[in-house]
Design a protein. Structure first.
Length: 112
């Protein structure tokens, strides 16, 4: 039944030779670091006044995003998360994160 969920535009067909169209999973390939432009900024919105360093603009798979997030968190020595195309690092580590990303070959823009 799992593959039937992705059928596009047809509920039922009486034509025995009808081939269903299926949606693509839309697999995203991770761009190489030199082709990525990441924005690094400080965010306090809806965080109880606490500062976090927010990295946005990553194009790639969730696994690669999580790996980059883990690397940045361990290098900064703090917690955080990587989800929905964003990496959140607890605290104001904007300059250090930019330095680490540029060392890995990423293009960065410093926000606010």
């Amino acid at each position: 039944m799992g593959k039937n969920k992705n059928r596009v535009g047809v509920v039922f067909s009486t034509n025995p030779e009808f081939n269903y169209e299926y949606e693509d999973d839309g697999a995203v390939e991770t761009l190489e670091p030199s082709k990525q432009k990441l924005t690094v900024r400080i965010d306090r919105h809806a965080r109880g006044g606490k500062q976090v360093t927010l990295v946005t603009g990553f194009v790639g798979t969730d696994d690669d995003l999580a790996e980059l997030g883990k690397k940045l968190k361990s290098r900064c020595g703090v917690g955080g998360t990587a989800k929905d195309g964003e990496i959140i690092i607890q605290g104001d580590f904007r300059d250090k994160v930019i330095e680490l990303l540029q060392a890995d070959g990423y293009r960065t823009v410093k926000g606010n």
